[in-house]
Write a protein that binds this ligand. Structure first.
Ligand SMILES: [Zn+2]
Length: 314
């Protein structure tokens, strides 16, 4: 195990390196790849109501969204274009292999409470904020090849372990910090050139960069969720600004794709009026327009920002 001192020196060296691939590699800002994922499919039909299935409507809306984005000149990749079952792992693999820039998964909601209605925009989180979110997370996580719960627990455990380590590092007192700063200079003087040949150093550094990468991704995902919600408020003035539409939940997909991602629940099939509307082409069209516009505005907002958030690993 290398010391936190050495790690921080390594990290600051790496992050201040002017020639890093992170900042200087050409990023196809105007030609981003958007991954669209229609939830469920095949034997997994998702929510259903009176013979109407989530998997079918989600696919229709997803294709409409993709068509609008393609018409506007954007690159789109679908995880599925027909009624077939894909595991959540497979969907994440498709998105990661293609190195997508944004990931949007489209689903329809359902509830035992017939009054439940409205849209929800979920982005990545390790711990569910409430029991309802946990329930949904389990439902939408049902397509995993493995037990979603155990996958999630191990992921959480891994991350918590990393957080503990971070806290240990940041618990130094003022005096300690002064001493550390002196030590750091001495250390830097002794080791003017740092190499990454030690596999332990490389591994620890990789873990730190992955944590930084994850924080950036969560932030970008929340911005995408906000953009989608804002666009829907324009499309439907009846939506209240105070609506708790933007949520965090440990859905497998939004946690496992290496790009900003949001899972959209476009409405409740179980709500009498909303469920009916969801089956109608004009409403599907309206939904698709709002989602594609939200994606486009989010991309436009980010086009002026610093290049790719994904950190380059040594
Ligand atoms: Zn679903």
């Amino acid at each position: 195990m290398i010391t936190s001192l050495l790690l921080s020196t390594l990290l600051s060296t790496l992050l201040s390196a002017p020639a890093g691939a992170t900042a200087s590699s050409p990023s196809p800002k105007n030609n981003k790849l958007i991954i669209l994922d229609a939830g469920h499919g095949g034997h997994d039909r998702g929510a259903s109501q009176d013979g109407v299935f989530e998997s079918e409507i989600a696919l229709k809306i997803t294709k409409l969204v993709g068509q609008k984005l393609e018409d506007a000149g954007h690159r789109v990749l679908y995880t599925r274009t027909k009624d077939e079952w894909l595991s959540l792992e497979k969907r994440a693999h498709i998105a990661n292999r293609a190195r997508g820039d944004l990931f949007v998964s489209i689903h329809l909601n359902s509830s035992e409470d017939p009054r439940a209605k409205g849209k929800e925009f979920y982005f990545q989180n390790q711990v569910p904020v409430d029991e309802e979110a946990l329930f949904l997370a389990n439902r939408e996580n049902a397509g995993s090849e493995n037990q979603a719960d155990s996958e999630h627990s191990s992921h959480v455990a891994k991350h918590e372990k990393a957080s503990e380590a971070d806290n240990d590092n940041s618990s130094a007192t003022g005096a300690d910090r002064t001493q550390l700063s002196g030590l750091r200079q001495a250390e830097a003087a002794r080791t003017p050139e740092i190499t990454y040949e030690d596999p332990r150093v490389r591994r620890d550094l990789k873990n730190i960069l992955e944590d930084l990468d994850r924080s950036a991704r969560v932030r970008a995902s929340s911005e995408l969720a906000v953009a989608l919600f804002e666009e829907w408020k324009i499309a439907d003035p009846a939506v209240r600004s105070s609506s708790r539409a933007i949520r965090q939940a440990p859905f497998f997909l939004v946690s496992h794709v290496a790009m900003p991602s949001v899972l959209v629940e476009v409405g409740f099939l179980s709500h009498k009026r909303e469920g009916e509307k969801l089956t109608q082409a004009p409403y599907q069209e309206r939904l698709a327009r709002a989602i594609s516009e939200g994606i486009r505005k989010n991309m436009a907002e980010n086009s002026g920002k610093k290049s790719d958030d994904r950190a380059a690993l040594p």
